[in-house]
Design a protein around this ligand. Structure first.
Ligand code: NDP
Ligand code: MG
Length: 379
């Protein structure tokens, strides 16, 4: 049997390179047929030499890029709809990944979705697209992969509650005043996961968990009042599902994104794989759980409120956060400024309509502009 063709969007990133390790081990089952990056020409060229995909795309303009490569943002959609690709791994960061997710689902493909922003910006439209065109949306995010594994075919009426675990990030135990002045280096030191810089900052503010609550709502059709978050510093339990009879299932393992990436490719099947570290319960030591300190991490409550409000609010939350995080990484904003900017954008734009893709993209653009213009005024 021929291996399944995979399009890998964001091949040069943290998830992208983990995915390539999985594909390399599983080369009898899967083969990369399309790969894209944003601007990292050197890293992409090296991957292309190793994997020889039929299609290569680079979003940014690079005069040195080989002539046969796709160029510009449309290369993401070209890769996602490539005729040889049955599965699309969307490992792009940010709302930039949305058009490719929609295009792949419109073509009836499976999307192994790491790009959670896709569902935060346009969850209703994305899930409808999957339903109407026979596409499959399978999460790569470890919490959602855990929930999918715990659900294992159970019906919605059997589920009482989803409980997402959060590592708590590098500032879990810091007093609020100290968090307010955290530096870029402090925020980039994640205790349990090695990830790209944007999601690492999102994990420090807990915005990531807000994005994940919204993602879970759309993936599993569970209302917000039945999705909870608990801090679990060891990141061994990746999430829980509580069922109506009171039984609770958890999925666990040593933190590695390679397992949820592989599962998203093979779901609902499991296949043998040697990439995941061996599980030794005794070596793990204790597993502990804590309440979220909402006062110290306002981004979690802001994001969940935006999810509950619906309309364009989640898109505004996401876009404002993307810009504020970029500003923080550039040294143009204090850590506590991220939540302030996002809160201000939500107050101004959170009630914009979100009933069409155009409306959502307009809200996304307005929120970016809102946060950007404040920096321009203050500097
Ligand atoms: P990285 O920053 O490490 O990688 C991002 C990838 O996307 C790179 O290949 C980058 O290309 C490309 N890219 C960046 N911006 C654009 C753009 N505007 N258009 C097209 N491509 C772009 O991110 P991660 O791998 O950490 O995260 C990717 C996604 O997966 C995010 O949505 C994140 O939330 C999610 N995720 C990540 C986890 C992790 O462990 N890292 C865990 C769970 C979810 P280039 O290298 O050229 O810049
Ligand atoms: Mg996650």
């Amino acid at each position: 049997q021929r291996p399944v063709g995979v399009a890998l969007l964001g091949a040069t990133g943290s998830i992208g390179t983990s995915a390539l390790r999985v594909l390399e081990r599983q080369q009898e089952r899967f083969v990369p047929v399309a790969m894209t990056a944003n601007g990292n020409l050197a890293a992409l060229a090296e991957q292309v030499a190793r994997f020889s995909p039929a299609y290569v795309g680079l979003v940014q303009d690079c005069p040195e890029a080989p002539g046969g490569w796709g160029r510009g943002p449309s290369c993401l959609v070209e890769a996602a709809t490539h005729p040889d690709a049955q599965v699309v791994i969307n490992a792009v960061v940010g709302a930039a990944g949305l058009p490719a997710t929609l295009a792949a689902l419109r073509h009836g493909k499976r999307v192994a979705l790491a790009n959670k922003e896709t569902l935060v910006v346009a969850g209703d439209i994305v899930t409808r697209m999957a339903r109407e065109h026979g596409g499959e949306l399978v999460p790569v995010d470890s919490e959602h992969s855990a929930i999918l594994q715990c659900l294992a075919g159970r019906q919605p009426h059997e589920v009482k509650r989803l409980i997402l675990t959060a590592s708590g990030g590098p500032f879990r135990t810091w007093p609020a005043e100290r968090i307010a002045g955290a530096t870029r280096a402090d925020a980039l030191k994640h205790p349990t996961w090695q990830m790209g810089s944007k999601i690492t900052i999102d994990s420090a503010t807990l915005a990531n968990k807000a994005l994940e609550v919204i993602e879970a709502h759309h993936l599993f059709g569970v209302p917000y009042d039945r999705i909870d978050v608990v801090v679990h510093p060891q990141s061994i339990i990746h999430s829980f599902v509580e069922f109506v009879d009171g039984s609770v299932l958890a999925q666990m393992g040593v933190p590695s994104m390679e397992l949820p990436i592989l599962y998203a490719l093979t779901w609902p099947e499991r296949v043998p794989d040697s990439g995941v570290p061996p599980f030794d319960p005794v070596a793990l030591g204790g597993l502990t759980f804590e309440h979220v300190r909402h006062d110290a991490f306002p981004m979690l409550g802001l994001g969940i409120a935006a999810g509950r409000a619906g309309g364009a609010a989640p898109a505004v939350f996401n876009a404002a956060n993307e810009v504020a995080v970029a500003q923080f990484l550039e040294g143009a904003l204090h850590f506590s400024g991220i939540a302030e900017r996002v809160d201000a954008a939500l107050q101004e734009l959170g009630r914009l309509p979100g009933d069409s893709l155009e409306a959502l993209l307009a809200a996304d653009a307005a929120a970016r502009q809102h946060v950007q213009s404040r920096i321009a005024r203050e500097s």
